[in-house]
Ligand binder design. Structure first.
Ligand SMILES: [Zn+2]
Length: 68
């Protein structure tokens, strides 16, 4: 289990990235919303989709969920 966050600020391409605790790219995120503990990035992405319509996994910490 890992704790996930979604970036409150979208990428230039419009999607909000989902990160795990400890991701190096999370340190650069100015504002984020906690998504709680999840078994995998797939569940975390579903939780993030309730907050933001356009979500994607981070390429660094959640490559399995990175599509764009
Ligand atoms: Zn990340």
């Amino acid at each position: 289990m890992a704790y996930f966050y979604v970036n409150d600020n979208p990428q230039s391409t419009g999607e909000h990235e989902v990160h795990q605790t400890g991701c190096v790219r999370l340190a650069k995120v100015k504002s984020k919303t906690g998504l709680g503990q999840h078994q995998s990035c797939h569940e975390a992405l579903k939780a993030a989709a309730h907050i933001y319509k356009n979500v994607d996994g981070c390429a660094t910490c959640s490559p399995d969920c990175h599509h764009r």
